[in-house]
Design a protein around this ligand. Structure first.
Ligand code: ADP
Ligand code: MG
Length: 261
């Protein structure tokens, strides 16, 4: 598989070669409301192809809603999002979701299906691939995330970390240009967090465009190309990890960091 080939190249000292063709995102004055409640109030954000953007901020600040707008699980009220220069509002949501994958805090795996069936389902149902082809791809992606030996287990027979890696394999199988991660380690036992973060760092190294809502400040500092701090539906501060964590400018970010670090 692509991921393994790249790892081997790294091992013999050649420069890492991107395995993914990541896409760019351009978020422009994005607004979103739940009924009367304005949740996003004009969010601007640029995500370069092949980079990692970490979004931090207090609970209720609109981080999940922003991610959900990016693949239209909810519809924005105003503004626009360009994926590789093309408005996502003009795309069919199904097609958009193939290009922009998402991984959730609670995995959202089908409990009555095995790991490999969970990965195959989107390939057969959404991409319409024949079963044999879907099985071949699903096997390869499960092997990429270190779960070749667990492919016939149901989610209930896997640890939380393994279930999350199945969910990541499922997202990868669709060959997305961008993957959105919404607090994917928040529901995991502490000892299982590192395996998932290491996998995400590996994907980042291989050129996947990633937008990551996270409470893991260590990961944001290590892996992010840019960090976005949101509060009350707005981007309050954005910058390189060093600027955000070592030299925060706004009092709100300073207060937030004092609480979480
Ligand atoms: P975060 O992910 O930063 O915690 P959310 O995007 O989940 O923030 O929520 C932002 C605001 O929108 C919060 O005030 C939350 O209560 C509200 N909200 C989130 N989802 C819904 C929903 N489905 N219906 C109504 N209000 C919602
Ligand atoms: Mg959230």
């Amino acid at each position: 598989s692509g991921l393994e080939e790249v790892s081997e190249l790294d091992g013999i000292g050649r420069p890492p070669r991107p395995a993914f063709k990541g896409g760019s995102l351009d978020v422009r004055q994005l607004g979103m409301a739940y009924g009367e409640l304005d949740v996003l109030k004009g969010v601007d954000l640029a995500v370069k192809a092949g980079t990692v953007t970490c979004i931090i901020g207090p609970s209720g600040s609109g981080k999940s809603t922003l991610l959900r707008c990016l693949n239209r699980l909810v519809e924005p009220k105003s503004g626009d999002v360009l994926l590789d220069g093309e408005s996502i509002l003009a795309m069919k949501p199904e097609r958009l979701r193939r290009r922009v994958g998402m991984v959730f805090q609670h995995f959202n795996l089908f409990p009555d299906h095995t790991a490999i069936e969970n990965v195959m389902l989107s390939l057969t149902k959404i991409k319409g691939l024949p079963k044999a082809e879907a099985e071949r791809i699903a096997k390869a992606r499960l092997s990429d995330v270190g779960l070749a030996s667990r492919q016939h287990h149901r989610p209930g027979g896997l640890s939380g970390g393994q279930q999350q890696r199945v969910a990541i394999a499922r997202a990868l199988a669709m060959e997305p240009e961008v993957i959105l991660f919404d607090e994917v380690t928040s529901a995991l036992d502490p000892e299982l967090v590192k395996g998932v973060l290491d996998l995400m760092a590996e994907l980042a190294k291989q050129g996947m465009t990633m937008v990551v809502v996270t409470h893991e400040m260590g990961f944001a500092r290590r892996a992010a190309d840019q960090v976005i701090f949101m509060d009350e539906g707005r981007v309050v501060e954005a910058g390189a990890p060093e600027a955000i964590f070592d030299n925060p400018k706004s009092p709100r970010l300073q207060r937030f960091l004092a609480e979480v670090l």
